[in-house]
Design a protein around this ligand. Structure first.
Ligand code: F6P
Length: 491
């Protein structure tokens, strides 16, 4: 807010993403329930947009969304005390299938994550991806009250929009943030429309990734496939007279997190959560909280629990692992199959080790609101984040933020961007079930003093590098760029 007020006086901010920050679902009794989607993008961007104000353009995804907004599709949010405008854009089922499920989630998602799920590229999906990106670009132009707004474009759903907006609003400052990994150039070369995707992104003024590693991968990809000028000193790329800066901005969460408000003290939460899960009061609890996505390594962490109990059978009856998995993208077979596989694997492991009413794995396959998620974090002795590949992973940071008692152990995949920042976690290779079993054992054996030391450092890190800093840094870079461009226009 301070950065905006001082550095960008009178600026107009427009956020653009596929996912909307609030979903309106109609319940069976006809009433409307407002839900917060399970999305790292939303958790990070919502508090920032609240603080900055402005307009957020997103796809209206809930069944009751259409009825819950006024005639011109705008609604003030957050619902209780509006500070910004949510402008919803409606897509047909056909558009949603081609653009979101097809090109974005069967093509780009597996391509960029390299989780050994084959990407699928269809010409028909690509056509919808292009036309839906046009729709978003047009909505930005329609919403812009000035010729030079600051447009914050989010994620792989909207790779073509930066160029489309640049063509219509040449003086806009366009900051695009890519929330998922960018793979090496050889892998990205698989995409039949790689040049178009890169060209679209290079309509941005600034292109952000979570880590320097992903910036480097992007620059190498451009070098390999495009006729452009790359300045390695400043990490900028010039294409057809327009310059784009490529920068790392590690995303984070709000601090203190809103979901911490109203939480009961940890000892009380430990008891109530164990009661709710039907566990004995002194059982050690591990948690994993995810969307049901094959990049998250949900099966792998279950195999880790299996390996742990095989190696250390004296823990049988004394440890339980609760996996929350929110159903997601269920229209796609790869996601449905994962849920079925996870259920079968949990049954198999429970049958192998379970006895006398005790089962080692509890699979809770439903959406949990942020305060329920924080409750589970606070009741847990350890949290496992075992992504096979992840841009950042905010679950890891949320777990740390939830533990104001400075207890609990984070087991974190070496392949999540978060592992570069949270090095006091127990870092693990999720592909190695035996190693994961050993790490679970190490976590359960860790004394309270060591837990405190590690947790303290991680909490300081997340507090200092919170999401306001993430957004603030991008906006400060945007302000510098705007000043530079103004001066250049005077010369
Ligand atoms: O990681 C990229 C991302 O856009 C995150 O914001 C979020 O965790 C997830 O994908 C959301 O997916 P969807 O919007 O498809 O539910």
């Amino acid at each position: 807010q301070v950065a905006l007020a001082n550095e960008l006086p009178g600026s107009e901010v427009i956020v653009v993403s596929n996912r909307e920050p609030y979903i309106h679902n109609r319940k069976d009794d006809g009433t409307i329930q407002v839900q917060r989607p399970a999305s790292g993008l939303v958790s990070a961007l919502e508090p920032v947009t609240r603080a900055c104000g402005g307009t957020w353009i997103a796809h209206g995804s809930g069944s009751a969304d259409r009825d819950s907004v006024d005639a011109d599709d705008r609604v003030g949010v957050p619902p209780a005390k509006p500070t910004y405008t949510l402008r919803r854009l409606w897509l047909t089922d056909e558009e949603q299938d081609g653009y979101y499920y097809g090109f974005a989630n069967e093509g780009l998602w597996p391509l960029c994550h390299i989780a050994f799920v084959r990407p699928i590229f269809r010409e028909s999906d690509w056509r919808f991806y292009r036309s839906v990106n046009e729709k978003f670009a047009e909505a930005v132009v329609a919403e812009a009250k000035r010729p030079d707004p600051i447009v914050l474009i989010q994620d792989y759903h909207l790779a073509l929009a930066p160029r489309m907006i640049r063509d219509r609003l040449p003086n806009a400052t366009i900051i695009t943030f890519w929330h998922i990994p960018w793979p090496n150039s050889e892998t990205f070369g698989i995409c039949p429309w790689k040049e178009e995707i890169i060209d679209g992104l290079l309509g941005s003024s600034i292109l952000g990734f979570h880590t320097q590693f992903h910036c480097n991968n992007f620059i190498e990809t451009v070098d390999r496939f495009m006729e452009s000028r790359i300045d390695r000193e400043s990490d900028s790329i010039s294409l057809a007279g327009h310059e784009t800066f490529v920068r790392p901005y590690p995303i984070s969460i709000d601090w203190p997190p809103a979901a911490l408000e109203g939480q009961a003290p940890v000892p009380e939460t430990r008891t109530t959560v164990r009661e709710r899960l039907g566990l004995s009061p002194d059982i050690k609890l591990g948690v994993g909280i995810e969307r049901f996505d094959y990049t998250k390594g949900i099966l792998d962490r279950m195999r880790g629990v299996d390996a742990f109990l095989t190696e250390y059978p004296d823990w049988k009856g004394r440890f339980c692992f609760a996996q929350v998995a929110a159903p997601t993208r269920a229209k796609l077979a790869s996601y449905r199959n994962l849920q079925a596989e996870a259920e079968a694997l949990a049954d198999e492991i429970n049958a192998r080790h379970g006895a006398d009413g005790w089962e080692p794995i509890k699979l809770l396959a439903r959406h949990h609101e942020p305060d329920e998620v924080f409750e589970l974090f606070r009741a847990a002795d350890l949290c496992i984040v075992s992504s096979l590949h992840d841009g950042m992973n905010l679950v890891a940071k949320e777990f740390v933020a939830s533990r104001d008692d400075e207890q609990g152990v984070l087991v974190l995949s070496a392949f999540a961007g978060a592992s570069r920042e949270l090095s006091e976690a127990l870092i693990v290779n999720p592909y190695d079930a035996y190693a994961m079993g050993q790490v679970i054992h190490r976590a359960l054996a860790m004394d309270s003093g060591e837990q405190r030391e590690r947790m303290k450092v991680m909490r300081e890190q997340v507090e200092a590098k919170n999401v306001y800093r993430w957004a603030g840094q991008m906006l400060l870079d945007a302000a510098r760029l705007r000043k530079k461009e103004r001066i250049m226009r005077l010369i």
